[in-house]
Design a protein. Structure first.
Lengths: 317, 280
C-alpha cells in the first residue's frame, strides 16, 4: 500500500474513504475484470442452467408450474428426478420437428439472399470515393438504429391486401385482384432480409476495407479479367467477412419471433414464435424450456464459430 | 481502397438504398393521412398526431422506456468499458476464454432464449431470496444491461485495439502508475467509443420488444410492448404518427453522434500529423 503517494491530502480528510480508495487503486485490475464477469455469469450463463433444469422437470399445477428436481423424502434421503419426456416429445412430435426444419430453411435462405445482395452493396461502398463513402456507410447504419419493430411494421403497410404495392399494381392495371402477400412465407423472407441486411453489410464492409487494391492491379497486369480477378483474388480474401456476416444474420433469424408473428400471421411456423406462445399462453414450462434447449443446441456450433472469427477480428484490429 | 465503381455496383447500391428507405418514407407519408385506413389516401392531416398526443397510455410507455434506456445505457457503458479493458489490456488471465465467450454470445443469441432464461432466473431468485418482488422496471433494466454491455464491450475493444498502446507505454516510461495511466490517458482517449457505446445501448434498449415482454410484469408496458400489442391486429394510423416521431428523433441523434465522432477523429488525425512534423 505504499505505492500511492499523490493522495496525501485525501488521507487526512477521510481516512476510511481513502483507505478504501487506495485498496481499489491497488486492485483495480481485479475489480474491473470481476464486475462485468460476475454480471454476465449471473444474468447470462447461470440462467441457462436453470432452463436446462426445468426442461428436465414435469409440469405440475403450481407456481412456478414445474416439479422439483431434487426432493427430500421423510427419511432424509435425497432423490433426483430427471425427466427426459419433454425432449422425446419435442423430437418425435411432428409439429415441433417441422417447425425446427422450417425455421432453419427460412433462416438459411434469408442468409443467402442477404449475402447475394449485401455483398455487392458492401463492395460498392468500399469502391466509392472519399466523400461518398462515409455518407453511404451512414445511410446503411441509420436503419440499424431505427426501431426494428417499426421497420417490420412498414412492410405490413406495403404488403397488405389493401396495401401500397397492391394498390399501385391495381391502379397501373397490372392486376385486378390484390395478390396475397402479407401473412405468407414471402412476407417473412422480405422482413428478415430487410431488417437483417445491415448485419450482413457491415462485417463485409469492415473486411473489404482492409483489402489491398494493388493485388487487383497486379492480377490485371498479369492479364486477368475483372471477373476472374474477383473470383480468384477478392472473393477468397473476403471469406472472414462472409462468415461473420452470415452468422450474424443466420443465428438470430433462426429464433426470430416478431417477423413471423407480424408478417407471417399464423401461417408461418417458426420456432421462436412457438416458444414465445408456449410460454405466454400455455403453462407448460418444462416443454417450453426443452424447446429452448434444443434450439440452443442447434445454434451452439454457429455461435462458437462466430466467437472464433470475432476474436480473431478484434485481435487483428 | 478507392477504385472505380463498376456500373453493376452502382446499380446495386442504388437499389439497396431504395429498398432501405422507401418503406420508411411511405410509413412517414401515411402518418399525415386523414383516412382511418392506413393505405387509403384521404388527404393531408395531422389528426393522428393529435390522437397520439392525447393518449396517456403512450406517454407513460414513453416515460418508462426512456427511464429504462437511460439507466441501462449508463450501467452498460461502465460494465462494457470494464469488460473491453479487461479483454484487450490485461493480457491473458484465467477464465479469459469463457469471459470472451460470454461477451460475444449475447450479440447473436436469439432473443427468445435470452428472454426466457432471464424470466426463469428472476422467478427462481424470487423463490430463493424474495427478490425481485415484482417484475417491471428493475427486471427489464437488468435484462437490457446484460445484452447492451456486450455491444459496448465490442465498441470499446475495437477502439482500444485501434488506438494502440504507444501513448500508454510512453506515460508509464515517464513514471506514471498504471492507475494514473488509465485515468489520464486510456479513459480520455476512449471517450468517443464510450459515447457511441452509450448511444448504442440507449437505442438497443428503446428498441427491445421480445426480452422486455418476457421479463416484464403486469402494468409495466414499454413503448415497443405497447406498439406491438396495437399493430398485431393490423395497421393503425396513430402508430404511423408515432413511428414518424421516433424515426425523426433517431435520425437527429445519430447525425449528431456521427458529427461528434467525425470531428474527434479529425482532431486526432491533425494532432498526429503535428506530432509527426515536430519529430521530423
Amino acid at each position: 500500500m505504499t505505492d500511492i503517494t499523490d493522495h496525501t491530502a485525501a488521507d487526512s480528510d477521510a481516512p476510511l474513504w481513502s483507505r478504501l480508495a487506495r485498496r481499489m487503486q491497488a486492485n483495480w485490475r481485479v475489480i474491473i475484470t470481476i464486475i462485468p464477469f460476475a454480471w454476465l455469469f449471473l444474468f447470462f450463463l447461470f440462467p441457462f442452467f436453470i432452463v436446462a433444469k426445468i426442461s428436465l422437470a414435469e409440469v405440475i399445477i403450481a407456481s412456478p408450474p414445474f416439479s422439483r428436481m431434487i426432493e427430500w423424502t421423510d427419511g432424509g434421503i435425497m432423490t433426483i428426478r430427471l425427466v427426459f419426456d419433454n425432449f422425446t416429445y419435442i423430437l418425435t412430435d411432428n409439429l415441433y420437428f417441422n417447425t425446427y426444419v422450417n425455421s432453419l430453411k427460412i433462416s438459411v435462405t434469408s442468409t443467402i439472399i442477404c449475402l447475394l445482395f449485401g455483398y455487392p452493396i458492401a463492395y460498392g461502398i468500399v469502391r466509392s470515393g472519399p466523400v461518398a463513402k462515409p455518407i453511404l456507410l451512414f445511410t446503411i447504419i441509420l436503419p440499424f438504429w431505427t426501431s426494428f419493430l417499426l421497420r417490420v411494421y412498414a412492410w405490413m403497410g406495403l404488403l397488405a391486401d389493401q396495401g401500397t404495392i397492391n394498390n399501385l399494381l391495381i391502379s397501373l392495371g397490372l392486376i385486378d385482384e390484390p395478390i396475397r402477400m402479407l401473412y405468407t412465407e414471402f412476407a417473412v423472407y422480405v422482413g428478415i432480409v430487410y431488417t437483417y441486411m445491415p448485419f450482413m453489410i457491415l462485417p463485409l464492409y469492415a473486411n473489404m476495407e482492409k483489402l489491398d487494391l494493388s493485388l487487383n492491379e497486379a492480377a490485371a497486369d498479369l492479364g486477368s479479367r475483372p471477373t476472374n480477378t474477383f473470383f480468384r483474388v477478392t472473393l477468397p480474401l473476403t471469406i472472414p467477412g462472409i462468415i461473420a456476416g452470415s452468422l450474424l444474420v443466420f443465428i438470430p433469424a433462426t429464433g426470430e419471433y416478431v417477423i413471423p408473428d407480424l408478417l407471417g400471421g399464423g401461417n408461418v411456423q417458426m420456432i421462436g414464435r412457438v416458444l414465445f406462445n408456449e410460454f405466454s399462453r400455455n403453462t407448460d414450462w418444462p416443454v417450453a424450456a426443452a424447446v429452448a434447449i434444443v434450439l440452443l443446441f442447434l445454434l451452439v456450433l454457429p455461435i462458437i464459430i462466430f466467437q472464433y472469427y470475432q476474436g480473431k477480428a478484434s485481435e487483428a484490429g | 481502397m478507392y477504385g472505380k465503381r463498376s456500373r453493376f455496383l452502382t446499380i446495386m447500391l442504388t437499389l439497396g438504398l431504395a429498398f432501405f428507405y422507401i418503406p420508411m418514407l411511405l410509413l412517414v407519408i401515411y402518418s399525415f393521412n386523414y383516412s382511418k385506413l392506413v393505405p387509403v389516401w384521404g388527404g393531408w392531416s395531422l389528426r393522428w398526431y393529435e390522437v397520439l398526443f392525447q393518449s396517456e397510455e403512450v406517454w407513460s410507455a414513453v416515460g418508462l422506456s426512456l427511464r429504462i434506456a437511460f439507466v441501462n445505457a449508463t450501467f452498460a457503458t461502465i460494465l462494457g468499458a470494464f469488460a473491453g479493458l479487461a479483454m484487450v489490456r490485461f493480457g491473458r488471465f484465467r477464465g479469459r476464454t469463457l469471459f470472451g465467450g460470454m461477451l460475444v454470445a449475447p450479440l447473436v443469441m436469439p432473443e427468445v432464449i435470452t428472454g426466457l432464461s432471464l424470466l426463469v432466473l428472476f422467478i427462481t431468485l424470487k423463490q430463493w431470496i424474495g427478490w425481485p418482488a415484482e417484475r417491471g422496471f428493475v427486471t427489464i433494466t437488468i435484462a437490457h444491461i446484460t445484452f447492451s454491455l456486450a455491444y459496448v464491450a465490442v465498441t470499446v475493444q475495437a477502439r482500444l485495439t485501434g488506438m494502440g498502446q504507444s501513448l500508454e507505454e510512453a506515460a508509464s516510461d515517464l513514471g506514471a502508475k498504471p492507475f494514473k495511466v488509465l485515468t489520464a490517458i486510456t479513459i480520455p482517449r476512449l471517450t468517443p467509443a464510450l459515447i457511441s457505446g452509450w448511444l448504442l445501448a440507449f437505442s438497443l434498449s428503446l428498441d427491445d420488444l421480445v426480452i422486455a415482454s418476457f421479463v416484464t410484469g403486469p402494468g409495466a408496458n414499454t413503448l415497443p410492448i405497447l406498439i406491438f400489442s396495437r399493430i398485431r391486429l393490423g395497421l393503425r394510423p396513430d402508430i404511423n404518427a408515432l413511428a414518424t416521431i421516433i424515426i425523426l428523433f433517431v435520425a437527429i441523434c445519430v447525425a449528431i453522434a456521427a458529427i461528434i465522432l467525425f470531428r474527434q477523429q479529425r482532431r486526432e488525425e491533425i494532432d498526429h500529423q503535428l506530432a509527426q512534423r515536430e519529430n521530423g
